[in-house]
Design a protein around this ligand. Sequence first.
Ligand SMILES: Cc1cc2nc3c(=O)[nH]c(=O)nc-3n(C[C@H](O)[C@H](O)[C@H](O)COP(=O)(O)OP(=O)(O)OC[C@H]3O[C@@H](n4cnc5c(N)ncnc54)[C@H](O)[C@@H]3O)c2cc1C
Length: 437
Amino acid sequence: MKSHFDAVIVGGGPAGSYLAYNLSKDGFKVILIDNKPLSHLWDKPCGAIASPLILNYLDRMGINRDIAIEEKYNYVKVFNRNMNEIAEVKLPLIKVNRQEVGKELANELCNVGVKIIDKKMGVKLKVRDDIVSAVILNNGENICGRLIIDATGFTGILRHQLRGKIPEWLIDKEDLVIAVIEDNSERRRLFETFSLIIDKGIVPGGYAWYTPLEDRTIIGIGLQPVIPNIMLSKRLLYIKKLIGIRGKILGRSIGVIYARRALASFVYNGYAMVGDAGAQGNPLLGGGILGAFIGANIAYEQIKKALEESKGENLMISDLWGYNIEFMKKRGRLLAILDIIRLFTQALSNEDLIRFARQLPQEITFKLDDIVKIGMETLGTIIKARIFWKMIDVIKAIQRIQILFDKYPNSPEKIFEWTKEVNSIFSEFKKDIYKRK
Ligand SMILES: Cc1cc2nc3c(=O)[nH]c(=O)nc-3n(C[C@H](O)[C@H](O)[C@H](O)COP(=O)(O)OP(=O)(O)OC[C@H]3O[C@@H](n4cnc5c(N)ncnc54)[C@H](O)[C@@H]3O)c2cc1C
């Protein structure tokens, strides 16, 4: 049977909407399914702090920058639990107005011919003879396509059905961050820019953040769900007391973020994942909007090529493998290295974490060369400190990861073996850094 759609995209967040917009603009038949109403396409619990680089992706979809930017920041401040400033880093950031972007985007998607089904949930994949050929909605409707694209974000509801067929269909709890966000009517002058508070007692394995807006503030905390006594609300209250904020609570929301390297593969016969669904965000910051766009852009180029070149009805794993290869080259390696740094910071004692933060350079980019340079410079300045040996573990793990990413499989056959090797580097690394107290 011939599919009516070239691409069936489930999830209309940054990743899904970018892919839908661009494929449709190129003349492919695209359908986008989201469980929210179309007028709330991008609404979700999200701090919405992102690099201004995301504006390039929004420009491409015709979104006006004035609508997208709610606030601009030029640097980030880091505080300890006594509210002493321990670092100030030059890093341009914007607060994105997700609600307004979503509304504007809904129009743009319709303008380029994307068919949209809103308020419906994709609940199941239809898999026959090891090929995904459709997504089944919660009203029982089957939507068939040459490719089903999973852009459902963190939930993994569709990916879980490919258990055993793809590596890493299940994510370890230690690789998650659970976050609560509060919109508060007060603004404290002490925090004139986007600020982080790090303290392992208050936010173990994570951080609290403060986003000053014109006449209000967004406060958030994110921490690992594996810790005992998670007590998110109590911790948030503690942070609020610490920074002395007593305004009216305008809204509160809770969500989950993947804080780990990207999955080892994003494709199967008739199926591809993009954005958070493939854990393509930055593991160190839990920031996924830029990561979702970068992943979606790589996916777009490769899926477009596969749709044009493949003679078969459904795109097979071999047709889609180029997406994995390109992603791992351009982004996957960097995310794996940032994941090593994330685990390293989580393993530090509070005292060492503060010491490490004090050594942060005045300017940060997330380019691979810069990260290695920062690491080496930091190592140089803390050579006498006890984190020295942990840093050596970090460098060794980074070297091993670099070698393994150079050998990313050229075809699907060896992917399970490769994933096992990556995972064993990570487990050894975790064991090593927790051993060094
Ligand atoms: C509390 C919190 C704070 C965050 N703060 C930041 C931040 O400050 N900066 C940053 O860059 N990132 C932040 N993130 C992460 C960011 O929100 C995501 O990384 C980003 O939105 C990923 O985009 P996406 O398109 O992959 O997924 P999402 O934006 O999650 O979009 C997925 C879409 O799919 C829909 N959907 C899900 N399941 C189904 C289904 N079965 N059927 C139909 N539709 C479905 C959802 O409704 C949603 O519209 C935060 C996340 C959380 C939870």
